[in-house]
Design a protein around this ligand. Structure first.
Ligand code: A3P
Length: 322
């Protein structure tokens, strides 16, 4: 553990202002241990590295933003709570609560629709994080917490990010342009980026410890969501029973968590959450198109090829491909 682990509340802001900062995104980003963060988020990151106490049995959903966090939260919640909340039930939490609010973030306490003290939650906890593996407390590994990592084609992730930034920062200045966002993303300068380092950390961990890190891609959920539901259930130690298989539970979870189903619910259309730092995030902003390959509508083929080549280069030798 590093000296920052114990950084006091009083010195948090001073510490952050001592770190490298760079403009370009609607908010300047601050570099900490090789990754870029929005200032308000970094406070949470530092608090988490000081205060978060992993427990055996914790399940952590890890993503970079815009890779399908909302979807993974919905799927993992439905799978792990299916004995408590029957899938067909009229009062299923997914029908009345935003998936983002059902699974709290370790480092963003206000994102779950109000401050959530994760230390006070009963075990086993279902938690989420955008942190790279190297910034999660080492006990996450030693206690063998299960981690589900979800990544996505970087081109679609960037397009989704650009739309999100421009929606969240609405009224807060000129819209960010694709050319500029593209250049920054390719330099590894994006929130929680470099994109490839984040993926690689979890990828390598999933190779070494496949029983504790499950590595998923947005595209594979899209092509066969029921299959991923089964994999998730098995990985979490609660595989679908024969009876559940017979009654189509995997398909039912996939349907409940589908883009079409979730966007049709009022809770995902209205309302929002204040993240502090004057950032207000509408519930609807987590849903846009939910498609694979939408990048082609927002960047040129040359840009797509350039980003692909660059990411390939960064991932070379790892076995991870997009
Ligand atoms: P697009 O902007 O490409 O549509 P995150 O949840 O990590 O912020 O990611 C948001 C992205 O996931 C958005 O991508 C959003 O539309 C998509 N998404 C949200 N819920 C989804 C679902 N149930 N199925 C598929 N995609 C979903």
């Amino acid at each position: 553990s590093s000296p920052e682990d114990a950084i006091s509340e009083e010195s948090l802001k001073d510490f952050i202002s001592s770190l490298p900062s760079r403009e370009g995104w609607p908010q300047p980003l601050i570099q900490y241990k090789g990754y870029w963060f929005k200032p308000g988020i970094l406070e949470g990151v530092l608090r988490a590295s000081r205060d978060f106490a992993p427990r055996a049995g914790d399940v952590v959903l890890a993503t970079q933003p815009k890779c399908g966090t909302t979807w993974l939260k919905a799927l993992a919640f439905a799978v792990s709570n299916r004995s408590r909340h029957g899938l067909g039930a009229a009062d299923h939490p997914l029908l009345t609560r935003h998936p983002q609010h059902l699974v709290p973030f370790i480092e963003i306490p206000g994102a779950a629709g109000g401050h959530v003290d994760i230390g006070a939650l009963p075990s086993p906890r279902l938690l989420a994080t955008h942190l790279p593996m190297s910034l999660l407390r080492p006990e996450t590994r030693s206690l063998r917490c299960r981690v589900v990592y979800l990544c996505r084609d970087p081109k679609d992730t960037l397009v989704s990010r650009l739309h999100f930034e421009n929606k969240v920062a609405r009224g807060g200045g000129a819209g960010l342009l694709m050319d500029d966002a593209f250049g920054m993303f390719c330099e590894g300068f994006s929130p929680y980026g470099p994109f490839w380092d984040h993926c690689l950390e979890y990828w390598e961990e999933s190779m070494v410890r496949p029983d504790t890190v499950l590595f998923l891609k947005y595209e594979e959920i899209k092509s066969d969501p029921a299959r991923v539901v089964r994999r998730l259930a098995t990985f979490l130690g609660i595989p679908l029973t024969e009876e559940e298989e017979g009654s189509g539970v995997a398909e039912e979870v996939a349907r409940m968590c589908s883009f079409e189903k979730l966007t049709g619910l009022e809770v995902n259309q209205v309302g929002g959450v204040s993240h502090g730092n004057k950032v207000h995030v509408d519930n609807s902003v987590f849903y846009r198109k939910g498609e694979v390959g939408d990048w082609a509508n927002h960047m040129s083929r040359e840009m797509g090829e350039k980003l692909d080549r660059m990411v390939q280069d960064k991932l070379q030798g790892s076995g991870l491909v997009f």
